[in-house]
Write a protein that binds this ligand. Structure first.
Ligand code: NAI
Ligand code: AKG
Length: 525
């Protein structure tokens, strides 16, 4: 496995990657876009900070790429949609640089309030200008925080310790949760109208891009000071410039920009704006944290298939991994059985029952069923990341249900495929924490191994049928490993016959032609 590191990495992360057996690491010095384009096709993983953009074009030309790691929080420099379509995971390190970004925000607020950068510059120029740099205390000033996630919450905590009054707006956080932080949750308009300092801590999304624009800036309190240590696109920079120029906005502290580095931005010329070159995460501790986190995540994924902090795949906590492993195998085999038996499928219904599955994350299992289902059908590479997208593209409706009870099993997965003419359902369970069994096919109950090459035969429950199956397979040199039978009261039966070797088409055809046999399907699990 080869890992490419584009934007440098703290030694702590490099050591983790270099110590992993089977992983080779390359750290070119600040490679440009063309260089990355030429190198990426040879790599299984790439790790970036905010400097490198991983575009759809790069991803499409990197057939080996399995995972894109972001040593940080925001993934807006990575085309996550293109990565998902190609089945590549995108992982970040949530929270690992949150303290650094929050402290940087507080530093910017204090520097802005007391004109520290301007005073430093003035002294360098030989002046002792006490009057010019009269500042504002933060004590009892109102700070409005847009985005009360990991960074916003730490900013709130530090601001409260300086006795600021803290307002917060976050549509995805309930007022009660904000109150626990000591923050008064208010609608956006109220936050704009009441804040003396206003700070942004949201990701860049279609909802948040240019959240501060001419219209919203006009609703802010006159003299407001604006801080942005989140993403440049959150503020319309031209509008901010106009509001700074006309004095409605009293000052701004910017760590991030629409274009980085900013070129010819008029903001750079304004005396009441202070800047840092995207330094929010640039503390030794944060860089060690993100490097350690992303290196461990990449090693765990490439070598052991453990997925953590993927923005395009649900995470499995390390403590759940051992327990979920056999269910992942069961999910894939049930999906694969369906993929080989039922086409075309209109609707897929997955039911999770039993106590084991109440405690485990179900989304990875659902993705795994879908992967198993589509793998035998599609020519393109299906994996856990792109499987749900491919299901959607094929217009297959997905319904998942959970039940706390499972008859006799601690964990049962049932997968029903509904096609225009028929339904086929198969259920499986994990016994004693590791043995995978097929426990139901349609109405037939059984307990069969779910692996290898199998014949799935539906027949009329008549004497001699099993003998006929054995003789026919034997005459084609096909050895039976084991056999499970089940029948319903309606004189029909089902047989799952595990074979040592594949049955040739002629053997299957001979069986199909027999009047006591309803259907024969060979499935490879
Ligand atoms: N300057 C720097 O070096 C750094 C910048 N960042 C930026 O900070 C952002 C926030 O990071 P975290 O707090 O760790 O992320 P987070 O995911 O913990 O928090 C983001 C919060 O924004 C909220 N949000 C989403 N849409 C919103 C909307 N329309 N209005 C108000 N709130 C909304 C979410 O509900 C969430 O609570 C990152 O996405 C990244 O872009 C992060 C680290 C360093
Ligand atoms: O890696 C960096 O320097 C920037 C950090 C950042 O913006 C993020 O983590 O979202």
């Amino acid at each position: 496995m080869k890992v490419l590191i584009c934007d440098g990495m703290h030694e702590v992360g490099l050591s983790i990657l270099r110590a992993a057996e089977g992983i080779d690491v390359d750290v070119p010095d600040q490679p440009g876009a063309e260089e990355i384009k030429a190198m990426l096709p040879d790599y299984d993983a790439v790790i970036v900070r905010s400097r490198t953009r991983i575009t759809a074009e790069l991803i499409e030309n990197a057939p080996r790429l399995k995972v894109i790691g972001r040593a940080g929080t925001g993934v807006d420099n990575i085309d996550v949609k293109a990565a998902s379509a190609r089945g590549a995971l995108v992982m970040n390190t949530p929270g690992a640089n949150a303290t650094a970004a929050a402290e940087h925000t507080i530093a910017m607020m204090l520097a802005l309030a007391r004109h520290i950068p301007q005073a430093t510059q003035s002294m360098r120029e030989g002046r002792w200008d006490k009057k010019r740099f009269m500042g504002t205390e933060l004590f009892h000033q109102t700070l409005g925080i847009i985005g009360l996630g990991k960074i916003g919450s730490i900013v709130a905590d530090r601001a409260l310790s300086m006795k600021m009054d803290v307002l917060g707006h976050d549509p995805y956080i309930i007022p009660e949760a904000a109150a626990i932080l000591g923050v008064e949750w208010v609608p956006l308009d109220e936050l704009l109208a009441r804040s003396d300092f206003l700070t942004l801590h949201t990701p860049s999304t279609s909802e948040t891009v240019r959240i501060l624009n001419r219209e919203t800036l006009a609703r802010t309190k006159p003299g407001v000071r604006i801080l942005n240590c989140a993403r440049g696109g959150l503020i319309d920079e031209q509008a901010l410039y106009e509001f700074l120029l006309n004095g409605h906005v009293g000052g701004a502290a910017l760590d991030v920009f629409e274009q980085e580095p900013p070129v010819d931005s008029p903001l750079l010329k304004l005396e009441n704006v202070i800047f840092t070159p995207h330094l929010g995460a640039s503390s030794y501790q944060a860089q060690a944290n993100v490097a350690r986190a992303i290196a461990t995540q990449i090693v765990d994924y490439l070598l052991y298939g453990i997925i953590r902090n993927a923005v395009n795949f649900p995470s499995i906590r390390p403590q759940d991994y051992e327990k979920i492993k056999p269910y992942l195998v069961l999910a894939e085999r049930l999906g694969s059985l369906q993929g080989q038996v039922s086409t075309p499928i209109q609707r897929l219904e997955i039911t999770y029952s039993g106590s084991d599955l109440q405690e485990l994350p179900l989304q990875p299992l659902t993705h795994t069923v879908i992967k198993g289902l589509l793998d035998p059908i599609l020519a393109e590479k299906v994996n856990l990341v792109n499987a749900p997208l491919l299901l959607k593209e094929r217009q297959i409706e997905l319904i998942t249900t959970t039940r706390s009870e499972s008859k006799g099993y601690t964990g049962e997965i049932a997968v029903k495929a509904i096609s225009p003419r028929e339904e086929f359902s198969a259920a499986g369970a994990v016994l004693q924490g590791h043995e995978i069994r097929l426990i139901r096919i349609n109405d037939y109950r059984l307990e069969a191994e779910l692996e290898g090459i199998n014949l799935l035969i539906q027949n009329y429950d008549k004497p001699g049928t099993i003998g006929l199956i054995g003789t026919t397979l034997g005459s084609h040199q096909v050895n039976i490993a084991n056999m499970h039978l089940s029948r319903t009261p309606r004189d029909k039966a089902i047989a799952i016959i595990r074979l040592d070797n594949e049955a040739p088409p002629e053997a299957i055809e001979t069986l199909r032609r027999h009047p006591s046999i309803i259907s024969v399907q060979q499935v490879k699990l």
